[in-house]
Design a protein around this ligand. Structure first.
Ligand SMILES: *Cc1c(COP(=O)(O)O)cnc(C)c1O
Length: 484
């Protein structure tokens, strides 16, 4: 097996700076003193923090090494499902860093911010075009925040018609944030099971849809990486009872320029710019979860909205039925610039990107389905979901295999999600991985499946190469040790 990834070699050990310090060592030199020595202020003398004495080289190497202990899409393949960890071209970061954008104050009067306003106006049009929706607000700061905005819009719509339905239908293949967003908006979620094909059947939705139901939240492609083929029929059923169809479009990386969401009956949809449109996902950085609607829901979009009047761009609060404000100012502006720049530089290639993302996922699915249990054996979209069922006899679990992947230099895929698959391994390769990278990943997964048979202990003890082995993940999250 080839070990060609940069992450497998040269593992550095790094003590704390306090352990490295040597009394009297320093990182600077100053000219010889030509004035009499004077004591420091009494308040300061001898009472400073106990910093170690270090040379410049000590400090530089320490922090540079620590900075290399990260794994990211710039380091290697990161097949984390439901996350679209694709490579984000650096040129888009550069456009976001242009002084005119980066230093624009959010309180600039509109006449001095025409470029920024026009960028937002155009980006809204682009996103409407890509999704097949009519109007967009860029305000929400994340996917789940876009869902909340969508729920508030649905609530405002029903209220405008004198109704306050209490429930919302959520399939078992929806993303976990969906029921949380619905609950935050005061809706009670009504679960509906996907069928043996891994998608929703219209009959099952019809059974639970009634007039006290505000609508349905469908993740499409769903968390099994499958396209909800009955979406049009489902929308008819929901609309007939006065409800609305919300689509979680965080997985738009599979569908850009391919599926027209408006035509499939979707009323409200959110996107994750920090997945599909050139901002890295994860790491807690800023994101953007624009919410897109069809024409008749436009009055309910968050305010302020960017509008155009006789060639001038303005911010308007004049939408009395608006669901309200979702974010300070207009949302996370820097993320919008990256999306704008990405869309302009890609043009019609966006469609190709989606096609390649789908092709790559299907290539992995087809190459590994003889080695790992594939619960839904049908064409997938941008990701595929396996389980650890075939390794059960050896008592090797999904967690063991995910940890072992780290020894081979890969970030593990998403594990134990979606919940509908026991011991799920959810792999999303994205369009930015070459065939060689995919082949290396596939070969590695095959080696791991073989190890599960011949040497399960190796997997139980994995990872053996990274700095830290198996962490108590609950304790690590609840009582993080930040000292080193
Ligand atoms: C990532 C994701 C979300 C949540 O997005 P955040 O920005 O992390 O809040 C919602 N739905 C789906 C399908 C996702 O993949």
């Amino acid at each position: 097996m080839k070990e060609s990834l940069g992450t497998t070699g040269l593992i550095l050990n790094e003590p704390l700076l306090w352990e490295k310090g040597k009394k009297g060592r320093q990182g600077f030199s100053v000219p010889r003193r030509d004035v009499p020595r004077a004591a420091l202020d009494a308040g300061l003398a001898g009472e400073g923090p106990d910093f170690p004495d270090l040379s410049e080289v000590d400090v530089i190497r320490h922090y540079t090494r620590l900075s290399q202990w990260n794994f990211g899409v710039d380091t290697g393949m990161y097949p984390l499902g439901s996350c679209t960890m694709k490579y984000n071209p650096k040129t888009n970061e550069r456009q976001a860093g242009l002084r005119g954008f980066a230093e624009a104050h959010p309180l600039l009067p509109p006449e001095l911010a025409q470029g920024a306003l026009r960028m937002m106006f155009d980006l809204e049009r682009f996103l409407a075009e890509i999704t097949g929706m009519d109007a967009v607000s860029l305000q929400p700061a994340a996917g789940a925040h876009g869902e909340l905005a969508g729920m508030l819009i649905i609530h405002a719509y029903h209220k405008s018609r004198g109704k306050t339905p209490s429930k919302i239908i959520i399939p078992d293949t929806a993303h976990g944030t969906n029921p949380a967003s619905a609950a935050l908006c005061g809706f009670r979620s009504v679960p509906v099971k996907s069928n043996d094909q891994g998608i929703l059947s219209a009959d099952d939705v019809a059974k639970v849809m009634d007039e006290d139901t505000a609508g349905i939240m469908v993740t499409n492609p769903n968390t099994l990486g499958l396209f909800e083929e009955n979406i049009r029929k489902i929308s008819d059923i929901v609309h007939a009872k006065g409800g609305l169809l919300y689509c979680d479009g965080a997985n738009m990386n599979a569908l850009m320029g391919i599926a027209d969401m408006g035509k499939s009956g979707v009323d409200v949809l959110h996107l994750n710019l920090h997945k599909t449109f050139s901002t890295p996902h994860g790491g807690g950085g800023p994101g953007a979860g624009p919410v897109c609607v069809v024409n008749h829901l436009e009055p309910f979009l968050p305010v302020p909205r960017v509008i155009e009047k006789n060639g001038t761009y303005l911010l308007s609060e004049d939408f009395p039925q608006s669901a309200g404000k979702m974010h300070s100012f207009y949302g996370n502006f820097g993320v919008m610039i990256k999306a704008y720049s990405y869309i302009l530089s890609m043009g019609s290639l966006l469609k190709k990107a989606s096609q390649l993302a789908v092709l790559n996922a299907n290539y992995i699915k087809a190459s590994l389905k003889d080695v790992f249990h594939l619960p839904y054996d049908r064409a997938c979209m941008h990701e595929c979901v396996f389980s650890d069922k075939d390794q059960e006899a050896q008592k090797v679990t999904t967690l063991d295999m995910a940890k072992r992947l780290m020894d081979y230099g890969f970030h593990p895929p998403t594990i134990y999600f979606p919940l509908v698959v026991h011991g799920a391994l959810m792999i999303e390769p994205t369009e930015t991985e070459s065939k060689e990278n995919l082949d290396l990943f596939i070969e590695t997964m095959k080696v791991i499946a073989e190890e599960a048979k011949t040497d399960p202990l190796l997997l139980h003890n994995a990872p053996s190469k990274p700095k830290v082995r198996r962490l108590d993940e609950t304790a690590a999250a609840r009582h993080p040790c930040l000292a080193g």
